[in-house]
Design a protein around this ligand. Sequence first.
Ligand code: FUC
Length: 818
Amino acid sequence: MKTFFLTFLLFGFSVYSQEDRNLKLWYNQPSGETWENALPIGNGFLGAMVYGNAEHEIIQLNENTVWSGGPNRNDNPNALAALPEIQKMIFEGKYKEAEELSNKAFISKKSQGQMFQPVGNLNLYFKGHEKYSDYRRELDIEKAVSKTSYEADGVKYTREAFVSFADRVIVMRITANKKGSISFAASYTSPHKIKNFAVNNSKDLEITGTASDHEGVAGLIKFKGITRIKLDSGKLSESDGMLTVKEANAVTIVISIATNFNNYHDVSANEGQRDADYLNKAAGKSYESLKNAHIAAYQKYFNRVKLDLGTTPAADLPTDERLKNFRNVNDPQFAALYYQYGRYLLISSSQPGGQPANLQGIWNGSLHPAWDSKYTININAEMNYWPAEKTNLSELHAPFLQMVKDLSVTGQETAKTMYGTRGWMAHHNTDIWRATGAVDGAFWGLWTAGGGWASQHLWEHYLYTGDKTFLAAVYPVIKGAALFYADFLIEHPKYKWLVVNPGNSPENAPKAHNGSSLDAGTTMDNQIVYDVFTATIQAAQTLKEDNPLIDTLKQLRNRLAPMHIGKYSQLQEWLDDIDDPKDNHRHVSHLYGLFPSNQISAYRTPKLFAAAKNTLLQRGDVSTGWSMGWKINWWAKLQDGNHAYSLIKNQLTPLGVNAGGGGTYNNLFDAHPPFQIDGNFGCTSGITEMLVQSSDGAVHLLPALPDAWPDGSVEGIRARGGFEIAEMKWKDSKITKLVIKSALGGNLRLRLPNAMKQKSGEELAATNGENPNPFYFTDETASPIVSENSNIKPLELKPTVLVDFLTKKNGVYTFVSK
Ligand code: FUC
């Protein structure tokens, strides 16, 4: 009855637009003590969580290079000698024994990876503000500015905060509608053991500290933060290590933080000098000029994509209320807001020259965060970067791509000393020190494909940008990932295919293995090696390099184990048909081949495509946050928009409501739980894949539009081969207008839900054979093999129209429905 009433209430009104409030998260109450209520701001180097509490404002501070430990390696030197014995045990089915030996010989006896750590909090104490009214706090993701306002003692107070993209400082401005009414005390707190607070010149609060020692690695990161408080009239004084503001008209707080980190093997910078430089450059500027420069720098990225899925009165409510309602009401704008929030979070946590977004992006308040808030490269870190290219944030891929380049150096020694191979490799985790050893236990850590998977991002960046200079520069890295496998693959004694041994299907174990995850030739391992070889072959062909290697890799690729359809009509996770159809493990790693890879195709491998769907149905929907995020992408690839949408609803559910699964916190951070940012990014990628795909020989538009979004428009999504969907409008699920920009020229093959023509009236050409555009190359001869014995039926797909249109470099083309 209640739901009915609510639905009636929300649908009863006519649809109307909300312009200004659309891209804001907002709340009627402060965060209190709860970190996951606070609002994240950041510029890729600095991150802050703004609590917005009236009487005790907390700005929790992060700097992207404050990590425990220092330059270190964590390879296990006993691995190489034990490798043949472990391979033999696995081939003989002695998985448990193999795992035990691997725990001794492969798993690192040193660091299991270092921790991303906070700097501390800046606390502002406003005496007498315990009682307040007219409270509101918000995060405007169009401007990347947070704002808190309330009334206390008859005065209206406002605080605005941002982390400047232009000036590398955190800025807060406090104003009041009555002169002389701003009074507060400011001080730092920090959870670090080694720290010091000081007041300098009676105007700066300073914090210095050293990040933790961890797992036998000495903490070498030194950090310094300076907070300068600038007043418009009033008085600033110092007492007990605090700065006190009395009776100011307005206050501007500028916070800079710096460390001694230069790169993963050099921590020799002078943090104090750096910090003072950042502060002094920014502190002389007026608040308005800092804010304007910040917004302009931010919007250079943010404004590239616009998404309108319609707005209903449901969008009127505060964000936490909308989150509670989302599953039961029609609030398409909430999905659009969440989509853009993913882009906001990527812009704010990943900037060229900085560290890649880690498990928590750049926001962490704990000295010992979950999973060290590092980089899990058996899914999570890659997922963070799925939105980068397609949501038109290509430059922001750079920190991740730089990490891959770093890993290709550190991972070379790991490949050589632990596996006796050329090239480079990384296991399932890494950190700021680019550690590549195997950690956490063989069950999780003895997985060799972390580097291989991560290396695919280099190739993907090329496929979107067509940047040959970039490709030439990173070719040795792509090739190094292939050389590792060229040397490491081993013939399976029973099946005769070349396989990875030891390997696993990340973090899952088949029942048949007595609790051990180890195996040879798992489906995901095979798929990753297939991609690593294919990318290397294609990169070498593009660059006209390495002909003998191309031949070798092609031969090796032909001997890889194929994908199999098993007895439950599922895509097999392992080489043997030992999947459990009731297994609902969060990792569905073998569907890597469906997404982010494109080996499983609706058109080229229809049986595998149908098997992938069965696997996903058997695995179920609700799971951890990131797992649901991945599933949105898979259902989009399966062209089932309604199922993808129901996963979005599962994900956008307050934490605690999905039995046994994750959800979303009030600040719209994804809940594994705990907070893990990959789910945010995974969902943003998934929504894009519902609207535009460019992975299967064509630019496929509206491949998975749910019934809930019959009308809408999007601008700025990017497709492989340098195409940009500059504008796409749809009505009743049919595209009415389409504008495509072609940065590189070449054949544009469109797969459309309805027939279209050029705006001039001219028809589009019918297709003939393979797409001649090299960025859409699908290597027929190397298509993965499906086991022949399956009589699985291909899925029935919605009909589409396939057309070709030849574009010129920098051409802009408009199409309309027929
Ligand atoms: C992998 C996942 C976990 C978690 C962790 C950070 O180990 O299996 O669910 O996301 O990474």
